[in-house]
Design a binder for this molecule. Structure first.
Ligand SMILES: *[C@@H]1O[C@H](CO)[C@@H](O)[C@H](O)[C@H]1NC(C)=O
Ligand SMILES: *[C@@H]1O[C@H](CO)[C@@H](O)[C@H](O)[C@H]1NC(C)=O
Length: 486
């Protein structure tokens, strides 16, 4: 037995030392899985890379780096194919609102730049967990902190207050429970950040779950624009705007269910907005909305809503909604969406039953923008039943994040045991980069990262040490897919 094990180790060592044994320029065909949408074939060619940032890693402000899979983007122009078959680039990652397991904290919004070397693993052989981390080698660069007017720091504290609309900005969620007085600016804009879109002019869009709003910042991290969604989505309690994440409002987005942003000239989607869509239980909330705004006119508070579609999310075996946590643009008819349960490392249970980067096709869906359904008085899916006048988008499962055949090639697994090689629970981001293979011009790498909720036994939050009882690394996965429409 012992000799056998030794031999196996030796064989693995030889494979590593002799470098890539395969000259594959794309994943082994046996790893591929395809689906058809609207007569076109989309191919999931499999998992090709894995990387991580340890749970106790500190950013340049001296605080634990966590939550970074809340949103990721590839820095425009940074993605480069190298002569040796590797790819280099910079990922910009955006945490949500700091370590808030014991209550929200005054965490300033920020984004981190992380350089990577992607060395895709295309064969069916199994890498060890340590070897796997070389397929996406990550190196932290720096952090950009977010401010609003007068350079005031943004916060992550619960949105207990509302700042009245003023000088080109709509009413805004603030961390401070008192109403601001006249034109004083001492209140802190508070953000529970989700989406991130980097523009080529250096500005960037972010979406948040308190508003749920969309904000634009300049390249120095200073706020320049705030977009408010339609009335049906703004949270109202007893007729008043109410941004707290501690309770669900009467109408509007549910608590902790905000916006995800997708990069077209127009943008955004929101996920199961509670009463506005008519369902407030997990079994009644599968119909979410995808919204597209015309943002060609700069600095508008309410840019024209040009399209709005109902999207049916997947459901688990008991009929509960598998909530969506990210959306990404493929073409003007087709989007990638990430829907997942909350099981996995750092989650409720070790065994996950659904985590997918899936396809939403809106080509036959009813555009309900400007209809009565934009009022909070007219739910589009009362008690979870979609209004018969509306044709929803089609939803097709595509890339499973928990396929064991794929995970085992990277030393990862789903289900027990709960250790560093268990796939993380909360995946909330998508970024696409072209493979640049002339034989496969529609092939893209799909990057995704997990939100580890800053869970580490060795953390620093706002300068204070903490121990969350578990080391939950920030994990990254990269898949290769064929998207015939992009
Ligand atoms: C898992 O991946 C393999 C190929 O690697 C594929 O044959 C199989 O259908 C996949 N299973 C699911 C449920 O996607
Ligand atoms: C601020 O408010 C005070 C009183 O409400 C007013 O006199 C002053 O002109 C305002 N300043 C600005 C910059 O709007």
């Amino acid at each position: 037995m012992k000799t056998f094990a030794l031999l196996a180790v030796l064989v693995k060592a030889i494979v590593v030392l002799s470098g890539p044994v395969s000259t594959l320029t794309e994943p082994d065909p046996s790893l591929a899985f395809s689906v058809s949408v609207d007569g076109q074939t989309f191919i999931n060619k499999g998992l090709v890379a894995f990387g991580l940032i340890p749970s106790n890693f500190m950013d340049s402000t001296g605080n634990t780096m966590g939550g970074i899979g809340s949103a990721i983007a590839i820095k425009p122009g940074s993605f480069v194919q190298q002569a040796d078959g590797t790819y280099t680039g910079t990922l910009v990652v955006q945490p949500d609102r700091g370590f808030n397991v014991d209550g929200t904290v005054d965490y300033q919004g920020r984004q981190h730049a992380i350089n990577f070397v992607l060395n895709p693993h295309y064969t069916t052989s199994d890498l060890s967990f340590t070897q796997a981390q070389q397929t996406l080698a990550l190196q932290y660069q720096d952090t950009l902190l977010y401010t609003e007017r007068q350079g005031v720091k943004t916060s992550g504290l619960d949105a207990q207050g509302v700042r009245d609309a003023q000088s080109g900005f709509p009413s805004t969620p603030t961390a401070d429970p008192v109403m601001p007085i006249a034109n004083k600016t001492y209140t802190h804009l508070t953000l529970d950040l989700e989406g991130l879109v980097l523009n080529t002019d250096g500005t960037f869009w972010v979406s948040d779950e308190y508003g749920p709003y969309i904000y634009r910042f300049d390249g120095t991290g200073a706020l320049i624009q705030t977009i408010q969604p339609p009335d049906a989505i703004v949270p109202l309690t007893n007729g008043d705007v109410d941004f707290t994440s501690e309770d669900d409002p009467d109408t509007g987005r549910a608590a902790n269910q905000g916006m995800m942003t997708f990069p077209i000239i127009q943008m955004i989607a929101d996920i199961h907005t509670q009463a506005s869509n008519g369902g407030n239980k997990k079994s009644e909330s599968r119909y979410t909305r995808l919204l597209a705004y015309d943002i060609s006119q700069p600095l508008e508070i309410r840019p024209a809503l040009i399209a709005e579609y109902v999207v049916p999310l997947p459901q688990d075996s008991s009929g509960d909604t598998i909530a969506a946590s990210e959306i990404s643009f493929v073409s003007d008819q087709l989007f990638l969406v990430l829907s997942r349960d909350s099981d996995g490392h750092g989650g409720d249970d070790t065994e996950s039953s659904y985590k997918g980067i899936d396809l939403i096709d809106i080509s036959s869906a009813t555009n309900i923008a400007g209809s009565d359904f934009d009022s909070h008085k007219n739910p589009v899916a009362k008690k979870g039943k979609l209004d018969s006048s509306v044709t929803p988008a089609t939803y097709t499962s595509f890339v499973s994040l928990i396929n064991s055949t794929q995970l085992v090639r990277f030393g990862l697994h789903n289900g027990d045991p709960s250790d560093a090689t268990l796939i993380d629970a909360k995946w909330e981001s998508i970024a696409l980069a072209p493979v640049g293979d002339p034989q496969n011009p529609h092939d893209f790498f799909v990057f995704t990262a997990s939100d580890n909720d800053f869970i580490t036994t060795d953390g620093i939050s706002l300068g204070q040490p903490y121990n969350a009882g578990l080391d939950n690394d920030n994990q990254f996965l990269v898949f290769r897919v064929t998207l015939p429409t992009k």
